[in-house]
Design a protein around this ligand. Sequence first.
Ligand code: DAH
Length: 360
Amino acid sequence: MSDALKNELLSQVEAAADLAALEEVRVTALGKKGRITGLMKELGGLSPDERRERGQALNVLKDEIASAIDARKAELARAHLEARLEAERIDVTLPVRPEAEGRIHPISQTIDEMVAIFAEMGFTVAEGPDVEDDFHNFTALNFPPGHPARDMHDTFYLPDAPSENGADKKMLLRTHTSPVQVRTMLNKKPPIRIIAPGRTYRSDYDMTHTPMFHQIEGLVIDEATNMGHLKGCLIEFCRAFFDVDDLPLRFRPSFFPFTEPSAEVDIGCSRKGGELKLGNHGDWLEILGCGMVHPNVLEACGIDSTRYQGFAFGMGIERVAMLKYGIPDLRTFFEADLRWLKHYGFVPLDVPSMAQGLTR
Ligand code: DAH
């Protein structure tokens, strides 16, 4: 009887196809109401000799079944793991993940590069609104009312809104980032060291002009900053930005109402064979305006011009982006053509930094 039971139970163990089935076999054999347990309970009704003999046999059977279950359990676990490993096999020749589809627009990339360079020099980023008033865009920057330099800006004016103090409250789309100088000086005490990248607007449209474009403004105000610092800062910047170590810069006297003296800056280039190349090649290309902040501007912003001085500069972002990345037509920047963006754009995770490189 014991052998028949043993063979039956062992074949049930062997037949269990998974852990759940095996557990069921265990319960039927060894559980509280299991068959072996049941036989154990019957021992009480036997004579002492019979009880000992049968008890020993049942214990042996119980151990045999328990170890058969353990062995089967290990076998099932191994088979399960093998099946998983088989199913989860990976093809290591596949690309890590699909290449990101999106691209960073060259303007955003250029701004990030500029910010990375100026941040290294201790500048912080300042912002101002695109919709400005006449005071911040012109008057405080030493453009007196009726000054001809105002007309050169092809300003977009907003429809008149009722206001208390007349002309200065006339609203417009800022024609340059210079009003951020005014906002910064009105809100912060020197020392000041900021850059302000952002959108600017002028009513103009051709190969080299779009009604919306971008500039970056720089402003440094303290008690000692002079024209030498201005030159050093811009030379450092241009060499880092264009990645040409010996790039020559030429400071040409110029005029802006908000700086005195004022200069325009050219970088060295060559145009031989119709191809533009940056470097020490004898030819020049204008890229930015700069100067020492005019005392009238400091005073209009509540800064004592007998104690404080400093420099400012302004640069067109599209222009230098076109130069650096060989983009021939300004208007294509804003046509939102995905083919153009795929070609001239930048992969999102390559964040420009001075330590890791501006472009990789
Ligand atoms: N705001 C000037 C423009 O749009 C550029 C400029 C020139 C800015 C000289 C400056 C500067 O800060 O000092 O043409």
